[in-house]
Design a protein around this ligand. Structure first.
Ligand code: MLT
Length: 409
């Protein structure tokens, strides 16, 4: 008899974005003529930049020729890409990294989900509430939590409420947390944190010997000065933090798949006898065992993001999405909604009218104006009464969606 991993049974129903897709598909079946606009999952709509496409085509040609064919690549990623990442994303901000501190992967989603594997099961987690559900669900699957309560919160997780009163910034935990997930610019609220505020987290982690799992997948959307792009801009962070980055939302790689994770050699966790272990070789061990690297054409394409044309084209794409974000923000504010985010992030977080429940607002929007968003309650108990829209649609659909919300509800 085969036994299941009972931790999976603790998880409610389906993954948030699968549940959204299920409801939309059902609605479409019942209303085949509905002109649905999707501002739900944060999936990009602009094509890959031309410089990236050229590099990918060239790499595919190389793979088709005897002289230039490549088999397995290094599990950690090709150095030609890692060096570009360091030189472009970190050196200009005064952050020194060595090539073996960068791990190229197929996505920040998989990295944020998998990284917990190298930690013991007795660690206490802290997460923002609302939170990107992958951080929580992956730890539930691993068995690091207890059961879920009626509010959807798991035992052994410290939930840090992000509310209008605290500017949607997670408060430091009152008790010891060992693994702390932070995401800035934030998914789902679109809010950011200042350097001073982030320093408090780094200091907390140093005092408590905790590790911060910092998701910076949206850093390219930061527009304002003074907002840190990387946790490693903060003194001491190399001892206590790892950072996740992605090409998905910057260069349109949601379908191509490429991301990377920074694991400084100084960041450590402890065994039961109190001895310190660097996480870098443990993550390398995990990746070399379970992962065979990102395909050569995709890494070659990612490297082209850092060429002069690539940078210009990516900047244009980000500007395009941020103009969408402005259209959503301003349109909703004019229509009387209370709105957050969308200034340094491609997500707009809004208060539902009349404190309507998030899923009720989801249904209303879908049925009455055929616009799809993401219900705040799907991101946690403190997301109830809120709703997320993404700026990743086309301009025409973004304008149409906001017009429908303004006039049709
Ligand atoms: C989101 O909509 O939150 C993102 O698309 C999720 C992801 O990047 O996996």
């Amino acid at each position: 008899m085969a036994f299941v991993n009972e931790n999976y049974l603790k998880l409610p129903g389906s993954y948030l974005f699968s549940e959204i897709a299920r409801r939309v598909n059902q609605f479409k079946k019942e209303n085949p003529d509905a002109d649905i606009i999707r501002l739900g999952i944060g999936d990009v709509t602009r094509p890959l930049p031309p410089a990236v496409v050229e590099a990918m085509k060239k790499a595919v040609e190389e793979m088709g020729s005897q002289e230039t064919f490549r088999g397995y690549g290094p599990e950690q990623g090709y150095e030609f890409l890692i060096e570009k990442i360091i030189d472009n994303d970190f050196k200009p901000r005064g952050i020194e990294l060595s090539v073996d501190e960068v791990f190229v992967s197929d996505g920040a989603k998989s990295d944020t989900a998998n990284f917990q594997e190298i930690f013991g099961l007795d660690n206490i987690l802290a997460v923002s509430d609302p939170v990107y559900p992958v951080y929580v669900d992956s730890n539930v699957m691993a068995g690091r939590t207890g059961m879920v309560n009626a509010r959807g919160q798991f035992e052994k997780i410290i939930y840090l409420p992000c509310t209008e009163e605290n500017g949607m910034k997670p408060p430091l935990p009152g008790v010891r947390a060992d693994m702390i997930y932070l995401c800035f610019p934030n998914n789902p609220t679109g809010m950011t944190i200042s350097r001073e505020e982030l320093k408090k987290w780094v200091d907390y982690a140093r005092e408590n010997r905790s590790v911060i799992l910092f998701d910076a997948a949206y850093e390219a959307y930061i527009r304002e000065e003074g907002v840190p792009h990387s946790i490693f801009e903060i003194e001491g962070a190399r001892e206590v933090a790892v950072e996740f980055r992605s090409f998905s939302k910057t260069a349109g790689f949601t379908g191509a798949r490429c991301a990377y994770t920074i694991v400084p050699k100084e960041v450590k966790a402890y065994d039961s006898s109190g001895s310190a272990h660097s996480l870098n070789p443990l993550w390398l061990r995990r990746q070399t065992t379970k992962f065979n690297g990102v395909s050569y054409p995709v890494q070659a394409a990612a490297a082209a993001v850092f060429s002069a044309e690539g940078k210009k084209q990516v900047r244009e794409t980000i500007d395009y999405y941020m103009e969408n974000a402005g259209i959503i923000r301003n349109g909703l504010e004019e229509a009387g909604y209370r709105v957050f985010g969308g200034i340094n992030a491609p997500y707009i977080w809004l208060k539902t009218p009349g404190s309507m429940k998030s899923w009720d607002f989801f249904d209303k929007l879908m049925r009455e104006v055929n616009v799809i968003g993401a219900p705040g309650a799907g991101f946690g108990a403190h997301g109830e009464g809120y709703f997320r829209l993404t700026a990743f649609a086309t301009r025409a659909n973004t304008e149409k969606a906001i017009e429908r919300i303004r006039t049709g509800l």
